[in-house]
Design a binder for this molecule. Structure first.
Ligand code: GDG
Length: 476
């Protein structure tokens, strides 16, 4: 069924345009949100959808290269001045909201100026939305960068249909209470401008409902909050992946070639992990667990390799580049401690992988070790399972990810307990292939049934229900 025009808002547009030494490169971006939104069935939109995001390039560069970014969407960059963007993105979004929402209160670096920049950025994006908005549009705001945006849009467009999806956890009210009261009120009221608020899990949704009740005194019934004569519906929509893209990649020639190369280079067992550089991903704790494992299981010496890929991210923020140094020191130390003259236990790469390389690693490895300390969902875990057409391999998964709810057949661990992780790693490496097959096939069934199209479809259906509900009450 055709639906009205979509207006998507996310921090970044789904590409980057970078000029270095007078050479300009246009690259599609990696990251969970982009992966998901790009998999939507865009043919269902009556008009070309719009995607609004903050520019990481100049207005001049945009004018020169806008033709080259593709025409799936009408892309609309918002140009923030440097200081605003810094206070908004590095400051409030990534030094306040990100650590707090991922349960790292000691990493929160709150300053009023950051909040001011966040307000200014949300206001600037709102301005752009209002310039383009037409009656009937379905507005879909993404993530923690724009918690205030739904209410800002609502103030100027009271009848707009606005959905919001949070890609990261929503923390318990005890954590939220660490923010100044006026800041909490601003964020929660900002979200309540939406008609529909989506979370990855019921737990995140319940935390939000409790915070709204305790902070703003607004009760809820069946996850619905009545606010200023409107209903705000909250619901869990666990994000899925483009299942067939990963499943079908198994026998693509580039993937087969890369996989064969890997198997030749590493004839023993392969343990693999890939994450953005981020303290929430638990890379240090993973390395600690590997050290405990190698110490306890000398029989694995020269018989396995841990391929650790860390993708650069937010390297202007101190806690991020410090983390990089910590990881590199730990890799050096562990390799120094256990290496022989012909073998090192950890192969470390700091950089991103091309899709065929990523898929070759997903499908060549014996264990995918995905152990974040906190993660809204974690798409890597689902992609690994989907890519295993051969139904081999073991997922070692942190119980503190949203994905753990749907992937109960994985070996689940507390990522902070290095002894448990080490024990489960041994169990994963020795798991009989029949058991691997049994576990993977159940998880494959579940994540192929609820893939990214289903996820987006469910969100839209719920948003359309809100839109129709409002039309009916308007007619009355
Ligand atoms: C946020 C939330 C939530 C990674 N490295 C490479 C690469 N990737 C792709 C993966 C995957 C995506 O990036 C990472 O997604 P995650 O979900 O694991 O993590 P975040 O980026 O933190 O995403 C998260 C997500 O939003 C969606 O709601 O699940 O909890 O934090 O798709 O494949 N892709 C390629 N090369 C790489 O080196 N090609």
């Amino acid at each position: 069924m055709k639906h009205n025009r979509l207006v998507i808002i996310s921090y970044r547009l789904p590409f980057s345009i970078k000029t270095q030494n007078r050479v300009t490169t246009i690259k599609p971006s990696a990251g969970g949100l982009v992966t998901a939104v790009k998999s939507l069935d865009l043919s269902a939109s009556a008009e070309k959808p719009i995607w609004i995001g903050c520019a990481d390039f100049t207005q001049r560069t945009w004018e020169k290269y806008r033709q080259e970014v593709g025409d799936e969407f009408e892309y609309v960059p918002v140009f923030l001045d440097k200081a605003t963007n810094k206070g908004f993105y590095n400051g409030f979004a990534n030094s306040v909201l990100w650590p707090l929402f991922h349960y790292f209160p000691s990493f929160v670096d709150y300053h009023d100026e950051y909040l001011t920049a966040y307000q200014a950025a949300n206001q600037a994006v709102c301005q752009k939305v209002l310039e383009l908005l037409k009656p009937g549009d379905l507005v879909w705001v993404h993530d923690y960068h724009f918690l205030a945006l739904p209410q800002l849009i609502r103030e100027s467009a009271p009848t707009a249909t606005i959905g919001f999806f949070l890609h990261i956890p929503f923390p318990s009210n005890e954590l939220l209470k660490l923010l100044p009261k006026r800041c909490r009120n601003y964020l929660l009221t900002g979200l309540l401008g939406a008609d529909l608020i989506g979370f990855h899990t019921n737990d995140y949704m319940i935390h939000f409902l409790q915070s709204v009740q305790l902070t703003l005194g607004l009760p809820h019934t069946l996850a619905r909050i009545q606010h200023q004569d409107r209903n705000v519906q909250c619901q869990a929509f666990p994000i899925g992946i483009n299942y067939s893209l990963f499943y079908d990649a198994y026998d693509k020639p580039e993937v087969v070639r890369e996989r064969e190369e890997l198997k030749k280079s590493y004839p023993g067992k392969i343990i693999f992990s890939v994450d953005r550089l981020d303290y929430t991903k638990g890379v240090m704790q993973r390395l600690d667990a590997l050290e405990v494992f190698l110490q306890a299981h000398p029989e694995w010496k020269e018989n396995l390799v841990f391929i650790l890929v860390v993708v650069p991210s937010r390297d202007e923020i101190q806690t991020y580049w410090e983390r990089k140094q910590m990881i590199e020191q730990a890799v050096g130390r562990i390799n120094g401690k256990f290496a022989t003259l012909t073998w090192v236990p950890i192969v470390y790469r700091y950089g991103s992988l091309a899709f065929p390389q990523l898929l070759a690693l997903y499908t060549a490895c014996d264990v995918a070790m995905i152990t974040p300390l906190r993660d809204g969902m974690n798409l890597v875990a689902k992609e690994f399972i989907a890519s295993r057409q051969d139904q081999r391999g073991v997922l070692l998964l942190s119980e503190l990810t949203g994905a753990a709810n749907e992937l109960g057949e994985a070996l689940q661990v507390n990522p902070l307990d290095e002894y448990e992780v080490a024990d489960q790693l041994d169990r994963a490496l020795t798991m009989p292939s029949e058991e691997q097959r049994r576990r993977i096939s159940v998880m494959q069934k579940r994540i192929s049934d609820y893939d990214v199209k289903q996820w987006a479809g469910d969100f839209f259906d719920a948003l359309l229900v809100s839109q129709r509900g409002k039309e009916i009450s308007h007619v009355r």
